[in-house]
Design a protein around this ligand. Sequence first.
Ligand SMILES: [Fe+2]
Length: 296
Amino acid sequence: MCDSKMPVHEIRTIRAKTTVYLGARAITKMDAIMADLSGRGIGKVLCVTGRGSYRSTGAWDHVRAAFDRYGVDHVLYDRITPNPTVDSVDEAVEMGRDFGAQAVVAIGGGSPIDAAKSAAILLQYPDRDARDLYELRFVPDRAVPVVAVNLTHGTGTEADRFAVVSLPEKDYKPAIAYDCIYPAYAIDDPALMTGLSADQTRFVSIDALNHVIEAATSKAASPYTVLLARETARLVAAYLPQALAHPGDLTARYHLLYASLIAGIAFDNGLLHFTHALEHPLSASGPIWPTAWACP
Ligand SMILES: [Fe+2]
């Protein structure tokens, strides 16, 4: 099927390690996700978000309504900033522990999702904090379930095992990678991304392209990562200009979002190298344009 015939208004399920719902209005799948979680006895959830986009996109209304319909209680930590720190993760974890959270729902771009993955581990390790996690003082093998409501088409973190959090006192921005933090579910809904600015659209799309350039040329590259890289590059070249010219174009956002998803899967397999090795030390020392878009 050619790109233009793809039914972007129909929600498709993409099963990687994470079950991803892709398509306009995929946010409505929060009901199915909450049905599954509540059926597994999960009744208390920690929500982790940035300061505004979780509301301005309309995602929060859907998420909160799904909580209500399935009798799931929640607390909200809404103070994650770009390049999140171990201190903000610890604040979110403290809120989750006090509440007795059994799962974490992230709503946002890479920063809230990565902070949420980190919190999901620490909710299973009551004697540990985020510095222990990011200074590799222990190797976790469990986390509470993570649901990622993705609001940017760049990082791919909604479907990979990575998280990045900064240690401000050391100007250090390490990544962790553990199987236990693959989100159980992710929502990739292009209708939530039409409000991204032109610069945000450029930065996140270039991030996705960088992921595959590295994943296809690393020592861990495979035919799979090369395949995903070719398709990501094709889609970004075709649809980034279209999204910049028409920010509300759902077809363009859909294909850029799919590209960022498969780019995330690509570097989950093929890993990363030079660009990200440069970016992490630079952005760890402060918010330097344009690296405020958290990523592995
Ligand atoms: Fe990245």
